[in-house]
Ligand binder design. Sequence first.
Ligand SMILES: Cc1cc2nc3c(=O)[nH]c(=O)nc-3n(C[C@H](O)[C@H](O)[C@H](O)COP(=O)(O)OP(=O)(O)OC[C@H]3O[C@@H](n4cnc5c(N)ncnc54)[C@H](O)[C@@H]3O)c2cc1C
Ligand SMILES: C[S@@+](CC[C@H](N)C(=O)[O-])C[C@H]1O[C@@H](n2cnc3c(N)ncnc32)[C@H](O)[C@@H]1O
Length: 627
Amino acid sequence: MDRAPLPPGIEPAELAWHDGVPESIRFGDVYFSPDNGLEETRYVFLQHNQLPERFAQIPEGGNFVIAENGFGTGLNFLAAWQAWQRHAPAHAATLHFVSVERFPLTHEDLARALAKWPELAALADELLLHYPPLVRGVHRLVLAGGQVRLTLFFGDITDAWQSLDFQADAWFLDGFAPSRNPDMWLENIINKIRAHSRPGTTLATFTSVGRIRRALMEAGFRMEKTVGYGRKRDMLKGVLVSENPAPTEQQESIAIIGAGVAGCALARNLADRGYPVTLIDAHGPGTAASGNAQGALYVKLGVEFNDQTELALTSLTFAQRFYHNWRDQHWHPTGLLQLAHNPQEADRQRRFLQRNDYPRSIFYPVTREQASALTGVPTESGGLWFPGSGWLEPAHLCKELANHPLISTLFHSEVNNLRRSAGTWSISTENNRSITADRVVICSGHLSPELIPTKGRFRLKAIRGQVSHLPATALRGPTAVICGNRYLNPALGEFAVTGATFDLRDNNPSPTVESHNENIDELGSMLPAVFSNESNALRGEELNGRVAFRCTTHDYQPVAGPVFDGETGDLDSLYLLTGLGSKGLTYAPLLAEYLGDLLTGQPPCLPANLAKRLETRRLYQTNVVVS
Ligand SMILES: Cc1cc2nc3c(=O)[nH]c(=O)nc-3n(C[C@H](O)[C@H](O)[C@H](O)COP(=O)(O)OP(=O)(O)OC[C@H]3O[C@@H](n4cnc5c(N)ncnc54)[C@H](O)[C@@H]3O)c2cc1C
Ligand SMILES: C[S@@+](CC[C@H](N)C(=O)[O-])C[C@H]1O[C@@H](n2cnc3c(N)ncnc32)[C@H](O)[C@@H]1O
C-alpha cells in the first residue's frame, strides 16, 4: 500500500517510457498522444478554445486566464505559451495559466518528456529553470519577463479548485481517460469548473463521454460534440452561456507610499504588468530597513508544517526564483548554513528532520565537517544547508527595482496626509506636493501605522536593529552565509555585514558601541574560529555599522491585503504591505506578487489559507494603545 510522504513532500509520478512518450504506471495511460501530442494539443485545446483569435484581442494591461486539470508534462502549457508569443498583441498583457498536479513529474522526467519537442526547447528550458521543488502547495512561476504567469498547485484537484481564487477564460480538461482517472471528472469537480468560470468562458476536452457532456451541460455550459484529432472520432467543446456579459476591468491609478524592498518590489511588479504607478518616499529607494549593504535570504521553517511554515517556504522558493534575475549583480546565491549553534537549536533541527520531508534542493542536513567545508569556516557543529539561498545587496536592489519607465517617483517627499474624498485618495507631502490616486498601498515599514486613516489601531511595532561592518581582514571567510543567533555574510569588498541586534523598546537611530560589541560577542560564541589572528583587537569603538527599524506584527507574521476598517470591512482602495520583521528580503517578492495580483484583478498566487494568514483584519483593534 502507498504511504503518503511526510509534509511537505508529495509523491512524484512513476513513469514508463515508450519511444519518448511517458505513461503513468499508476493510471495506465499516456500523458500525450504517441501520434503527435503537440498537434493534438493545438487541435483540441488551442483551436477549440479559439485561443489565437482571443489572445490577439487582449487590451493593454489586460490578461487571459487558462485553467487546466492535470499539468503532467506541461506540454499543453508550453503550447499555449507559444501561441501567446505568436498571437498576443505587442503591448503589455499577461497570460495566466492555472494548473493542478497530484503526482508531479520530477525535474529529470520533465526534461526527458519535453525533449521530444525541439520547437518548444527555449520555453521548456525556461520552465525547467524555474520548475519548483516537489512540495505540496501553490507555486507561482513568473516567465517570459512577466508576460506569462504559471500558478501550479501541487496537490489534489479538489483542494486546488477549493482553495484557489480565479475566473478562467478557457479550460483545458485534460485528466487521464475518465475510466482510468475518475477523480478528475467527478460532479463536484465539474461544479467547481463552473464556479471558476464567467460568461463566455470556453472549455475543450479530448473525451466525448456522454456522462461528462451531460454534467457540463447541467452546470450551464452549452456543449458541442465535434470531430476528434487523428484516429479519435469525437471530442467536446463548450461555452458558458449567460445573459449578463462579464464586466470589463478599468485601469485605475495606483500610488505606493514607501520605497523599501516591499514598495519597490510591488511598484516593479505592477509596472511589468503594464500598470503605471507612483512611488513615493520620504527619502529614496532602499534607505530605511532595506538600506543595508548586505542581507541574508533565510527563513526558519517550523517543526510543524502549518500555514506559517507553508508561507515561509513558498516565500523562500519564490524569492530564489525572483532574485535569479539579478544573479551576480545584487543577488549572490552562495548557499546558506543554518547552524545548530546550541543544544536547543540542535534538538529543534532533529525534531524538524524527523517530522518533515523536504527535497534536497531546498535544504539538507550536514555534519560539522561538511558545514565547515561548505562555508570555509571551521564550525562547532553541523546544521541545515540551503544550497539555493545566499545574500543580497538590498539597497542596490531597491534602486534597480524602482527604475522602470512606468514607475513615476516622488522621492524626498514625506507623506503627512492621506485622505479620501469624492472617490479618490488625496496624498499630501511635507514639501507641499499633492497627488491623487484611485488606489493607495502603504508600504511604509514601521511608520505605516501613522498613515492608516482608520479609527482603530493596528498591532504593528518597531524593533531596532543594528548591523556591524566587520573588516574582511579580521575574518577567515566565510564563503557562504552562516546563520545562528547572528548571521554573517561573505565579505563584500572590504567588509562583511553581521547582525543584527534585536532591541525592543529602543528608538535610538544611531549606531552604538554596545550594539557593536553585542554583535561581536554573539558572533564569537556562535563561530569562534571565524576571527583571524589580526582581529584580537576587534572592538566596537572601531566599527562602522547601521541602525534601522523592523516593522513587526503581534504574531510576527507579515501583513498584505486590503486595509480592514472596523466599520466598513475591507476597504477596496487602500492596501497594506508590511510587518516583514527580520525576513523582509524573503517575504517581499511573493507578497508583492500577491498584491500585484489583487490590484490588477488577476488570479492570486496564494491559496485561501495563506491569503487569510496575511489579512490586515487580524491586527485591527479598536482604541487599544500599542506598546
Ligand atoms: C538591522 C537589520 C538587519 C536586517 N537584516 C535582514 C536580513 O539579513 N534579511 C532579511 O530578510 N531581512 C533583514 N532585515 C529585515 C528587512 O530589512 C526588512 O524586513 C525590510 O527591509 C522591510 O522592508 P519594507 O519595505 O517593509 O520597509 P523599509 O525598508 O523600512 O521601507 C519603508 C519606506 O517607507 C518610507 N516611509 C515611511 N513613512 C513614510 C511617509 N510618511 N512618507 C513617505 N515615505 C515614508 C521610508 O522612508 C522607507 O523608505 C533586517 C532589518 C534590520 C533593521
Ligand atoms: C493526461 S495527464 C495531463 C497531461 C498534461 N496536460 C500535459 O500537458 O502533459 C493527466 C494528469 O492529471 C493528474 N491527476 C490525476 N488525478 C489527479 C487528481 N486527483 N488531482 C490532480 N491531478 C491529478 C495526473 O497525475 C496527470 O499528470
